[in-house]
Every structure is written in structure tokens, then in C-alpha cells.
Design a protein around this ligand. Sequence first.
Ligand code: SF4
Length: 455
Amino acid sequence: MDNQKNFYIQTFGCQMNEHDSETLAGMLTELGYTQIFDEKDAQLVILNTCSVRENADQRFFGTLGQLKKLKEKKPGFTVAVCGCMMQQQHIIDTLKAKYPWVDLVFGTHNIHEFPKLIDNVMNERRKLVEVWPDGGEIVEGLPVKRLYPFKSFVNIMYGCNNFCTYCIVPYTRGRERSRRPEDIVAEVKKLAEDGVKEITLLGQNVNSYGVSPHYGGYCYKEEENGVDFAGLLYLLNEIEGIERIHFMTSHPKDLSDRLIQAFVDCDKLCKKIHLPVQAGSTEILRRMNRKYTKEQYLELVKKLRAAVPDIAITTDLIVGFPGETEEDFQETLDLVRQVEYDSAFTFLYSIRKGTPAEKYEDQVPEEVKHDRFNRLVEQIHEIQGRKSRRYQDQIVKVLVEGLSQRNSETYAGHTDFGKTVNFNGTPDLVGKIVEIKVTEAKTFSLWGEVVRVIG
Ligand code: SF4
């Protein structure tokens, strides 16, 4: 084997990016490269970027700065950058002006061209910037090198049509395009044959799967017996070998009664939903262009719990959106108390260049944002701890994923409602579903003992 043909990928951001990195790794593996996990030994480093949070930008440029030193030391060392940040002109301008030594720049819409691009760069030692402004037809059948043999991401759609005023994604990932249901079913059947037990369906807004016909993406309204998102779940629930189905992310405005019914009918659909609310004040939600009110959101939660009483609900919250008053923030606290989230990702609002909210004049001072953030996190953790304790002494089903990140003698996995469980185990349990009796229910994780291996 040619020892020089190796690569290292660093991924910033969301699951969508993680899955894109698996595709990049799959393509490089087909080209004869080996994946390694230390950039210092790599001949090719790929940084797959995210532009959702300000600190992701900063981390990216910081990492790029470090790579320059390696480039100066190692002849032939190649650096490629891709992902959402590359879809923004000011980033391309910065790269050209300050990081001209970067070998390859490509975007989110031409990932399928990566083998050709990297071949040009490697064999002709050319520097290339190749970013498409928007997505074309969906390209099926790209190779994927999955991180785990027993669980997998499955993209069901790309892009977003929602234009929340704080978010850059519609500008970097383009308009919604859905894959055809038969392509998704075929992929999941193949995954099941390969031993995958758990799938996570990915899309910026899975609830509007198949709604928009943009760019020739699948549109269920244009087909006889068309399949909407709930319909897709029913189809996937039938696939033998698949034992757990998750999805993310759901926009509340598009959450249908059919989807709620699918939670009742589909035994493999995990009883957990990530339903980003972002804020509790209807006025702030309006300024965010979220298209639902606090009351409508609470009504959805009520419907979900009426259908599936123990469903785990998680969310995203932004603190300090422009114009947020203390009263608005109190609405957020009130909503959090009413919903009683199982967990929540909380973010301090930061300006994303190129979004409508960048121009809002009533930005909230940093110290006010931080104060609200701390109070919100305290409230969430108090509820999270209380909800977690209901699992004390219960038996939970866990898909064992491997050694715990914190302790090399402890194994870890996830329940079907998304909780991390740690326990003493053995390597042969990895990839299996086991029953665990919870001996200690902490706020962020459960600890327990294996009582039965299901398989
Ligand atoms: S739904 Fe809103 S927050 Fe989510 S990706 Fe689309 S624009 Fe961004």
C-alpha cells in the first residue's frame, strides 16, 4: 500500500456535515486513500466547515492557521476546505487574500465532483476554487465510509426554504430538494443487509420532505400515491433488520397530525423528537420568521404527549435575539417550564453575516445575553435532572456504541429516547442492543448494569 495516500478529515457543525464527511471519506477510500486520525501524519487534510455559529468560523480559521505550519514543513502536504462556509463570498475572498496556499476549495453543492477535483490538485499540483452557487439534480449512489457499522445517517432531503432571519443555511445549502422514496428505501435496505440497526434520517426540515418540487427534487403532490414524510416513515418501519429510526430536524410549523400518528403506529420509530422552538415570545418568533406562536407550539407538544405520553422532547433555544426584552425572555423561561424538555441546546445569539437579522438595530448587549443564558441553562438543567431521575431503577434498551469517551473501562450507548447510558461491558457487546437496569440516574447520563443482551 502507498503509505503516502492517506487523509484526515476534520468536521465542524451538524450531522449533515458529519454525513458529508462520511461521503468524502468513501470517495477517497475508493481512490485508494487510507483514513487516519492525526492530521500531523496526513498527506491530505480536509476541513469540512460550518457557518451556523460564529465560533465555528473562528475555529476554522484558527485550524487553518495551524495547518500552514505543517504545509511549510511537509512537501506535498495538501489542504482542501469545503462545507457551508465556502458558499459565502466573503469567506472565499478571505481565503484568497489571506490563505492563498490552500489547495482546494469546494462547496456544498458539488461534493460529488470531489474525486475529479482532488485528482486535478494532486496530479497537476494546481490550486482550485470550485464553488457552485446552487444545487443541481440530486446525485445518488455516492460511496460512503460510515463511522459505525451498526448505525448510519441517511439524508432524505437537502436545503431549506424557511429563511429564519438569523440563519445562514438557506443561503449555503440552497432550496429544498427531496430524494425519491424508492432511493431512500433502497439505501436503507442495503444498510440493513450490511448490519446497520439504527438509522437517523437527516434534513434541515424533514417535516417538509417531498413538499417542494424545486430542481426536480421529489414532490409527493405530483405523484399518484405520493409519499410524504410520515409515509416515508411507514415504509422504512417495514424494513427487516432496522430496529431504530430517528430523524432530525423538525420544524414545528410543518409537524403534521400524520407524523404524530406515525409515532403511535411505527414500532421502530424512536419515541423522541427534536423540535426546535428557538424562543418563547411570540413577538421574537415573528422577528425570527419562525411562522408559529408560543401557543401553537405548546398545542403541538400537547398533541404529541396525548399520542405518546412518554415521548422525549428536546429543543434548540437562542438567547438574546435582537429586540429580546426581559419580558420576552420570561416567556422563554415559561415555555421551558411548561414543556419540560428532556434536554435543550442553548445558544447565545450571534450575528451571521448575510442574514436579515444582521441588520436589526436593537442588538442585545453581551452582558445581558450572558445573564439570560445562565438563567435559562440553570432552569433547563433543573428540569433535565428531574426528568432523568424517572429512569432510576428502570430497565432501558441501549444500542452499545463502544468505549465511553471519558473512561476507557466503561462502555456507552444510547437509549431509544436519546439518553446516554454508561455501564461495565465487554467489546463483544458493541453494536448490540442490550437491556440495562439504571442504577444511577444523573442529569446528563444514566449509569447501569446489563441484565440481558437482546442482539
Ligand atoms: S428551518 Fe430556519 S433555522 Fe432551520 S435551517 Fe432552515 S432557515 Fe435555518
